[in-house]
Design a protein. Structure first.
Length: 306
């Protein structure tokens, strides 16, 4: 007897490309996915898969997209890598802004890039349809800067929902909705396990592409201290979410910076390897052996129970 399986795909910029490898192995092993909750990059890939559940096709689409003008217009290739690879995506971005953007400009604008650039890039990957049109139930996870709470987008335009969920604070401006100011879901739900559970999942597979290791600080300054504080908060929040999952897949992307989309094949492979190492555990947990034996016995004997 199978359970209702939910997939919680976390955010992490380019590291989220590992989700593609995870989906490929789950599909190869015929693991049923009954619903998907995605944060940031997890929402992009989750939406694409929910609309068309074909991992190989998804990998091919991403390979093509990363060579396109829409992707290059985002300018992620110009974002410098930082020494503190343990930092959260948000902390690394703050560090980047501090080093490369004039402070007066940062104070006068809500973000470096206009939302249209991200929206155009998302449009290359996600069609303009309603979320209710997905083949697998899907929810995009966002964060409200006015309340500090997680907000789920489970109706309306799937493209708009994914764009909001992927709006990295400072890089892409937040989206105003009534009294809400919505931004990247990773601010409050880096790995949306609770959201998947609320959608009706009886078993949640959490895919975490964040970085958990923190190197020692040497001669820290104000910026590195503030960055480290944000990193610690992010790690603790992620751990709290992961603890509520039934299965945890953590691809080895520990040395990767969030903007390194040129490592596409490497990240996909990391997802494949991490999922293969967990596949036996996944199968054992999603199938209730006792109920399976009872069902099989009933079919063979014509009896309703043992």
């Amino acid at each position: 007897m199978t359970r209702r399986i939910g997939l919680a795909l976390g955010g992490g910029g380019a590291r989220g490309l590992a989700h593609l490898g995870v989906l490929k192995v789950l599909e190869e092993n015929r693991i049923p996915i009954n619903l998907i909750a995605g944060t940031s990059m997890g929402s992009v890939i989750g939406a694409m898969y929910a609309l068309d559940p074909d991992a190989d096709k998804l990998i091919e689409r991403w390979s093509t997209f990363l060579k396109s003008h829409d992707f290059n217009s985002l300018g992620t290739q110009f974002i410098t890598h930082q020494n503190d690879q343990s930092s959260s995506l948000l902390a690394q971005f703050i560090n980047t802004v501090t080093q490369s953007v004039v402070l007066s400009l940062s104070a006068a604008r809500p973000a470096i890039l206009k939302t249209k650039r991200l929206a155009d890039a998302i449009a290359s990957l996600v069609p303009e349809v309603g979320i209710h049109n997905t083949k697998i139930p899907f929810t995009a996870v966002t964060s409200d800067l006015n309340t500090g709470r997680t907000v789920v987008l489970d109706s309306g335009s799937i493209r708009e929902a994914v764009t909001i969920s992927s709006s990295i604070p400072g890089f892409i401006a937040p989206h105003a909705r009534n009294s809400q100011l919505l931004t990247d879901g990773g601010v409050t739900a880096a790995v949306p396990v609770e959201v998947a559970r609320a959608m009706g999942a009886s078993l949640v597979i959490a895919v975490n592409v964040s970085i958990n290791d923190m190197p020692l600080l040497h001669e820290p300054n104000i910026l590195t201290i503030l960055t480290r504080i944000d990193t610690i908060r992010g790690i603790q929040q992620t751990e709290q979410q992961i603890a509520k999952a039934d299965i945890h897949i953590h691809p080895d992307v520990s040395n990767a910076y969030w903007s390194e989309f040129n490592r596409f094949e490497e990240f996909v492979q990391a997802g494949i390897e991490a999922t293969r190492s967990e596949i036996t555990n996944i199968k054992e947990k999603i199938y209730d052996k006792k109920n399976f034996i009872q069902t099989l016995f009933s079919k063979l004997t014509g009896k309703n129970s043992l």
